[in-house]
Design a protein around this ligand. Structure first.
Ligand code: JFZ
Length: 485
């Protein structure tokens, strides 16, 4: 279906008109539950329970992803060769034998790690939650696991549990903590799955006999016991479990065994990457912002700051602070969350380029956070861009051409306009104002503590906001329209 601007705005108003969207979600759930061997929380909870469970996450809008593990030691280089691709995939991309990779644990001593510093960094950046890799595809647990000795407490000289330290700090500083867990791919446990890479052969795509084994046995003796540990060792956390890369090994029945465990933690939020036909709570577009969000679904764009999740010593291709701020605004205007990654190095230290950018995003949010946190999507829609009449995307559908002039978010009595360009003639023109089912009672700049009123005028269906000559912010300046129903 070609998503025209009309269906887009209809979708957004559906999002805002609670009863309609809830009926839609209800319907989907009845449909999927029929195929689930074990009903998931999304299948059985009431609409009110669903809204309550997702409430903090929807208000948060901005979170920190942390990819950290043994792969931070090679940091993109193996046997003197720079290995292409994302850093945390080095074991697979370089076909590193299991025993050689496991041996990295003996030299992992990241004494520069400070949960206090990382949680402060997230908080000062305006982030409301953290999701850290508790076990990535390499199978190394970044927490104390009795289920499997290949973990940071048992197998390294470091002997500390960073998840325990982060849980403590998140509790103290009042933000949420979630755990990424690679439930399906595991390249060091017998029976764990591997995605196809390079010349690895089907059906398993393993590159070392030590990886061969039975998937269900792997799941029942390592993954599920470790998830039990994650769900019970850290108090009220995890608030989120972030699954990843399901394969066809994850049958509905095996996924159901995981769901039975998740069901014992009724406040948990989990994403759409479990597998086995379970849809979870959230869509997870990766490294991109969907043109029009996902009307009727919660979603979170996860992105790297450079071109890798796990630390690579020579990846310096960092996005600008301007891009990061505008991405956050774009995502919020479409009703999603931004999960922005950091990749600490083998000492546990966050690369300075990442720290610097997060501090700058935090400075913007310290002034303009009200336009992001706890907001609802735009009441307009066309400002995000439009579909080309001539160009097609890679799926043969009309290509979406984004526009980067302004974005909007809303609350019940405000409309926020985040302007990326400051109009040369001093007037910002908001078209199709009659589409907004509210009365606009005034306007001011969010950066202006005095809330000096901005003059408003109207020509036809266009609202004109008369601005001072200087933009308060070089990246995005926010106009507040005060409204009443
Ligand atoms: C996965 C991981 O393999 C990767 O290492 C990282 O953790 C990332 C956040 O998630 O990578 C994916 C997963 C899904 C897609 C692309 C990369 N996808 O759906 O396009």
């Amino acid at each position: 279906m070609q998503l025209t601007r009309r269906t887009f705005t209809t979708g957004l108003s559906t999002l805002l008109a609670a009863p309609a969207v809830l009926a839609q979600i209800e319907g989907e759930h009845i449909d999927t539950a029929n195929r689930h061997p074990v009903p998931a929380v999304q299948d059985t909870e009431t609409t009110a329970q669903h809204e309550a469970r997702l409430a903090w996450w929807r208000e948060a809008r901005f979170g920190m992803f942390i990819h950290w593990g043994l792969y931070s030691i090679p940091a993109g280089t193996w046997n003197g060769q720079q290995i292409p691709g994302i850093g945390e995939w080095i074991m697979n991309r370089a076909s590193i034998p299991v025993a050689d990779y496991k041996a990295l644990a003996q030299q992992f001593n990241p004494t520069g790690f400070s949960a206090e510093a990382i949680v402060s960094l997230a908080k000062n950046a305006g982030m409301k939650y953290i999701v850290i890799t508790s076990k990535h595809h390499d199978g190394f647990a970044m927490f104390h696991s009795k289920a499997d000795p290949f973990n940071i407490v048992t197998a390294t000289p470091f002997k500390r549990d960073p998840l325990q330290e982060l849980a403590h700090e998140c509790r103290r500083q009042g933000i949420k903590l979630g755990f990424y867990y690679s439930q399906d791919q595991d390249w060091t446990a017998p029976g764990g799955a591997a995605y196809k890479t390079g010349d690895h052969q089907p059906p398993t795509y393993h590159w070392d006999k030590a990886q061969d084994g039975d998937f269900a046995t792997y799941l029942r003796t390592k993954a599920i016991p470790q998830m039990k540990e994650l769900l019970t060792q850290y108090g009220e956390f995890p608030a989120v479990i972030w699954f990843d890369t399901p394969t066809k090994d994850m049958t509905p029945e095996l996924a159901g065994e995981i769901v039975a465990l998740l069901n014992q933690h009724p406040r948990l939020i989990w994403n759409n990457r479990l597998g086995g036909g379970y849809k979870g709570d959230t869509e997870t577009p990766e490294q991109y912002i969907p043109a029009q969000g996902y009307p009727g679904r919660d979603w979170e764009s996860c992105m790297t700051m450079n071109d890798t999740w796990g630390y690579k010593s020579y990846d310096t291709n960092f996005k600008s602070t301007e891009t990061l701020v505008r991405n956050l605004i774009d995502i919020a205007s479409k009703g999603g969350n931004y999960l922005l990654n950091i990749g600490p190095d083998s000492h546990g230290v966050v690369p300075p380029a990442e720290v610097e950018r997060l501090q700058q995003v935090g400075q913007w949010l310290a002034v303009n956070g009200a336009a992001i946190h706890g907001t609802l999507p735009t009441l307009f829609g066309a400002e995000a861009g439009s579909f080309s009449d001539t160009e097609k995307d890679k799926n043969g559908k009309p290509k979406f051409i984004p526009e980067w002039k302004w974005r909007s978010t809303t609350t019940p009595n405000r409309i926020y306009l985040s302007l990326f360009e400051w109009p040369a003639d001093g007037v910002f023109r908001l078209p199709e104002i009659s589409r907004v089912p509210r009365t606009i009672t005034g306007a001011h700049l969010l950066a202006d503590p005095a809330r000096k009123p901005l003059k408003l005028s109207r020509t036809g269906d266009t609202l004109e906001v008369h601005l001072p000559p200087q933009a308060p912010d070089a990246i995005a300046s926010v106009v507040v329209l005060e409204t009443k129903a």
